[in-house]
Design a binder for this molecule. Sequence first.
Ligand SMILES: *Cc1c(COP(=O)(O)O)cnc(C)c1O
Length: 356
Amino acid sequence: MKTHNFYAGPSILPEFTKERTAEAVMNFAGTGLSVMEVSHRSKEFVAVMDEARDLVKELLEVPADYEVLFLQGGASTQFYMVPFNLMKTKAAYLNTGTWASKAIKEAKLYGEVIEIASSKDKNFNYIPRGYEVPADVDYFHITTNNTIFGTEILEDLDVPARIVADMSSDIFSRPIDIKKYDVIYAGAQKNLAPSGVTLVIIKKDILGKVDRPIPTMIDYRTHIDKESMFNTPPTVPVFAALMTLRWLKENGGIKEMEKKNIAKAKLLYDELDRNKMFVPNIPNPEDRSRMNVTFVMASGYEEFEKEFLEIAAAHDIVGIKGHRSVGGFRASIYNAMPIESVGVLVEAMKEFEAKH
Ligand SMILES: *Cc1c(COP(=O)(O)O)cnc(C)c1O
């Protein structure tokens, strides 16, 4: 049976990643041991970490003055690790949803937070534009893809401040100009690997500017110096991340991925714009996420939500129930989601429409 996995995170991974990881769980790199039971200091695992780091640099064209780290604690740990390491007096934040709000809450513990703009007035259904970022802030924090509400900042921003970006749910989905960012972080469980590892890309010269003492484990310099091996890394998620990175490279890299993601998102949004039973949550097409497509029942049809979920289930579709703070539906169509599965969802929507 083919299950079409639309969960928001943890979420779909390439078959390539799952098969290779399953093999390595039984016999890793010809050692006769499981990847779960091999020392992280073994030459076989060090090779995994090194290749994963190198492939991130290659795929995203990361310049030499940046470091790539694999850390723990999820993106949520980055919410405080970023201000702890980077905030001298004040930072600017763009409030585009739940995750941005959580990042703001943590930053307030360490200095002044300027909320530059917010889309809270419309339950975060748009990306604010036309704001100005002061040049004297320590950094400007954005959430490029708002996993819960379904908006995405699809271009690299030009602002006079250093940008810190939470890219948990759209990393590797489109090419980015790394030089525009000083820090990028991403929990792995949306577009890279199972949960347990967090990717951080950081420009080295942003560090060492704060006076507060930094606990060793949350000091980025610790992990730079020890090449993500200061303490035991999450070895199995890092291995799986490497498999996804190889899969990305073998499938034409990130430009190719972007083409596929544009086609998948178009298929689904076109149907939402056409189908009389549904309304997309995000009115402005320029703000619509290519990763998390959110929608509700058209007015007058709200009572049929459960019926549509049943039709979807009959098509082996899982994970399309919307986040509890938004309601309705959310279809997460990350890199690993084939366009055929999006097609199955579109078919289910048409079938539902025909019934009414
Ligand atoms: C899922 C998500 C997070 C939280 O990630 P954890 O790894 O669970 O801490 C943060 N930001 C965004 C954009 C997310 O999608």
